[in-house]
Design a binder for this molecule. Structure first.
Ligand SMILES: Cc1cc2nc3c(=O)[nH]c(=O)nc-3n(C[C@H](O)[C@H](O)[C@H](O)COP(=O)(O)OP(=O)(O)OC[C@H]3O[C@@H](n4cnc5c(N)ncnc54)[C@H](O)[C@@H]3O)c2cc1C
Length: 803
């Protein structure tokens, strides 16, 4: 065993083996994998090996495509068979809502180059004779689905890595990881200590325990999962292998295993396994079967596939595997732990393992994952994702694996958890709440005396007319929205201005001013968009996306100079309310001493003010595009501020509005949103943020790439479309057509209540970005005509917010 390596990967499941292989492929060959027992000794060995490309997040779907295409490569290099069976797959719908979902999945697949075909039950029956047609309304056929041999895949990765120079040490548990002052690591193992520049935690079932060596509590939980294999069905002998099948109504998946059928289910009453700690002596063990638990699904499956009922069960497998609260992997560098990386919580190792390995290797070797991996970045969880929270969300996610999540659907587990001091006030105003990073925030307000509930649907919901009324109040009088759920950071120190100028693309504003501040990575891609407010010469208040707080802090800390700049997140310390609308100035003017006239406090001003008796930071800015103010106070003042504004607001037509109305209002203004319009796959010019990129201010992170993007014009452009929708608006990821070609995708959409039209924002190829007509957005399987608007659909010159 070497005693010094560049990277020590802890864990020899399919994920650790893939990371090892991808590191060698990227040129880092002095790498070692440390495995407690034999390769595959966690979840991997008993997996069903199924694989598919469809995923709710298109960026994860791309990585799944990559994984499936990789198997040939590692077979060739290693000479080890991955046992690949590409059988094709069927997703079967038994309800009209599920047919809608299939249509959406098919549409989304288009711009990823996926060949998903919508077929009738009769066509499905032809290619899958075991199904009973009458239970289904439609299906999707995906030619690229199938299964692999978990043992073969893991060994093919491992052997390919070894051929390139990697070392694999089996029967050797890592018992501790200790960081040296220079940031490198001593990995203490049963066979001795290895000094490694980087550590990768790919501990799978034991990733939590490995994380705890360094005080890291990863939000993952293992669930018991059962599948069984039937006795042989004689009619399958000599036949072409049957397809992989998902039956959403029965909540099962199936595939052929030799001459039998392998059937697995994600039961509603799923059971966590080893909720606190995973025993080290758990090896290639299985858990006791509990067929009773899966009986409800299996009995539906027997109705849908009657031949199975008489087949007899040959083998039952019950094994644990891990999930993060949202079911996506946890990958990337851990904030605050230099050279410490994770690749765990991978619940679909045979669809995602290759993509996870590629992502992590890119990140370690190139400093960037090379793709938009927000959906699986470990930084998407903060301290709020505690172990019991994770437990509740994982169980919920597991039980819903085959259920539809409607675009307007809020899930109940672990709620309410975090609330602000005005929660009861909003509740009393009949708010319908949403969950954002475990924080409750108002989505819309139902009329008094009616249930504060939204119908879940792919189409416009019962919220539509009420959101319309909220929008009207903002555009015509005055609205109030809680903005506590924004991320906030305080940047202070003598070096603060120079540092901000280096990490953001904008010019640093003068004291008392605000600017929009995009942030780029070295490759010139967008990794953040902030509102940068200068409170004093050496003090800045920076507002961004709360969900990305850990992501931003990780980036900030990586780029901080040794002295002179201090950054701290203060999202829950400063809570906020925003008032917006033509009457908002008159409302606020009655509560402050300062002159709020445009001459004295113009658009993009920022100042410390007393609002009534409440010390506040006030910025003249609003995401609604109206005249408006964001008022930030420390949390103990929020309730008093809310009451004060409402009391004074009566004379100005003030009413509450929520996130749904804000979305409508900002779409009408063509204002982009982080994680929607602004993501690391887009450049600032493509995203229409060029006016906030000051190439003349001197070098900043990403400036060279931004200069090149400006010269080339990028490859795509963010556009605004007015869509001739029927009763369903775009939600994101729908294909945008121009003529007969898919030319881009929607990033967000909704109904513009002032503009009186459905709106979609999205990216299209530059070649068509100046066209006005000929566009269509595919909604619910229909191409709905769309017209590009060169300007925002409401107040294109931005006069209202500057009034
Ligand atoms: C019943 C069942 C069916 C499944 N079916 C499918 C399927 O059809 N398709 C699919 O894609 N996925 C399926 N899965 C999920 C799949 O098994 C996982 O996604 C995958 O195995 C995760 O791999 P991993 O490498 O992250 O973790 P693991 O397989 O758990 O590997 C972790 C490895 O790390 C080692 N290790 C941990 N701690 C240490 C330490 N301190 N020192 C040294 N070594 C250590 C362990 O011994 C183990 O070998 C299924 C899972 C189960 C249980």
């Amino acid at each position: 065993m070497r005693n010094h390596v560049q990277v020590a990967v802890i864990g020899g499941g399919v994920v650790g083996a893939s990371v090892l292989y991808h590191l060698t492929k990227a040129g880092w060959k002095d790498v070692m994998l440390i495995e407690r027992a034999e390769l595959t000794s966690g979840s991997t060995w008993h997996a069903a090996g199924g694989m598919h490309t469809v995923n709710g997040d298109p960026n994860v779907a791309k990585l799944q495509q990559y994984t499936i295409n990789l198997y040939k490569e590692i077979e060739q290099i290693s000479g080890v068979s991955c046992g690949v069976h590409i059988t094709g797959g069927l997703m079967l719908a038994g309800t009209p809502e599920r047919v809608d979902w299939l249509r959406m999945a098919q549409a989304r697949g288009r711009y990823l180059g996926m060949d998903l075909q919508l077929i009738t039950p009769a066509e499905a029956k032809k290619i899958y004779p075991l199904l009973e047609e009458k239970h289904f309304l439609g299906a999707i056929y995906d030619p690229i689905e199938g299964h692999v041999d978990p043992y073969g895949v893991t060994h093919a990765y491992a052997k390919s890595a070894q051929i390139a120079g990697a070392e694999i040490v089996r029967q050797n548990r890592a018992v501790d990881t200790r960081q040296r002052p220079d940031g490198s690591w001593d990995v203490v193992t049963e066979k001795g200590t290895v000094h490694a520049e980087h550590v990768v935690n790919a501990g799978g079932l034991w990733a939590r325990e490995v994380g705890r060596f360094v005080g890291l509590e990863l939000p993952i939980l293992a669930m018991e999962h059962q599948y069984f294999i039937t006795e042989d069905l004689p009619e399958l002998k000599g036949q072409q292998e049957l397809l992989h099948v998902i039956d959403f109504e029965a909540e099962i998946y199936m595939r052929q295993e030799r001459q039998g059928i392998l059937l697995g289910t994600y039961e509603r009453a799923g059971v966590p396994w080893s909720a606190r700690t995973t025993p080290w002596d758990f090896g290639q063990d299985l858990l006791p079967n509990d067929l009773e638990r899966i009986a409800p699904s299996v009995s539906v499956a027997f109705e849908h596939f009657p031949r199975l009922e008489s087949a007899g069960i040959k083998k039952v497998v019950n094994g644990p595997f891990t999930f993060a609260p949202d079911g996506n992997p946890l990958v990337g560098p851990v904030r605050g732990l230099r050279n410490y990386w994770v690749a765990c919580g991978v619940m679909a190792g045979f669809s995602q393992g290759g993509g996870v390995g590629l992502t992590l290797a890119n990140w370690m070797v190139e400093g960037d994952p090379g793709a938009d991996v927000w959906a699986m970045d470990v930084a998407r969880y903060g301290d709020w994702a505690t172990r019991p929270y994770t437990n509740a969300k994982v169980r919920e996610n597991y039980s819903r694996r085959f259920r539809i999540r409607f675009p307007n659907e809020e899930l109940d587990a672990a709620r309410p958890l975090r609330t602000t001091p005005i929660y009861e006030r909003l509740h009393a105003d009949n708010a319908v709440f949403g969950d954002y990073c475990s924080l409750e925030h108002p989505l819309w307000f139902a009329p008094q005396g009616t249930p504060a509930q939204e119908d879940t649907t792919f189409r416009r919901s019962n919220a539509h007319p009420h959101v319309a009324a909220e929008c009207r109040a903002v555009r015509e009088a005055c609205g109030l929205i809680e903005i506590s759920n924004y991320g906030k950071f305080e940047v202070t120190g003598p070096g603060a201005a120079a540092w901000l100028s280096r990490i953001m693309t904008c010019k640093v504003p003068a004291v008392g001013r605000i600017t929009l501040a995009p942030m780029l990575n070295e490759g010139g891609r967008l990794i953040g968009d902030f509102t940068l407010c200068r409170v004093a010469q050496e003090r800045f208040f920076v507002v961004g996306t709360y969900a990305a707080e850990v992501f931003y802090m990780r980036w900030f800390e990586r780029h901080l100079p040794p002295t002179g700049v201090f950054v701290r997140p203060c999202a829950m310390e400063y809570l906020g309310l925003s008032v917006a609308g033509p009457n908002s100035r008159a409302l606020l003017q009655g509560l402050v001493d300062q002159d709020l006239s445009t001459a004295a406090f113009p658009f993009l001003s920022f100042a410390r003010m007393d609002v009534g008796m409440i010390p506040a930071l006030v910025g003249r800015v609003s995401f609604t595009g109206e005249m408006g103010y964001e008022i930030w106070v420390t949390s103990e003042y929020l309730r008093a501020l809310y009451d004060l504004l409402h009391t004074a607001g009566k004379a100005h037509g003030l009413r509450n509005f929520g996130g749904r109305a804000l979305n409508s209002l900002r779409l009408e203004k063509s204002f982009g949103n982080w994680a929607r319009e602004f993501r690391p796959i887009y450049g600032p010019y493509e995203a229409g943020l060029g006016r906030f990129v000051h190439l003349d201010k001197g070098e900043f992170i990403g400036s060279a790439a931004a200069t090149a993007e400006k010269a080339s014009g990028g490859v795509r452009r963010l556009i605004t479309l007015a869509v001739d929708a029927r009763d369903a608006d775009a939600i994101g990821d729908e294909p945008i057509w121009h003529g007969d070609k898919v030319v881009g995708w929607v990033t967000s959409g909704g109904y513009g209540h002032t503009a009186g039209t459905s709106i979609a924002l999205g990216y299209v190829d530059n070649a068509v970005a100046n066209e006005t007509n000929g566009f269509a957005v595919e909604l619910m399987g229909e191409r709905r005509a769309a017209v590009r608007s060169a300007h925002a659909l409401v107040d294109p010159q931005g006069l209202r917010m500057r009034a």
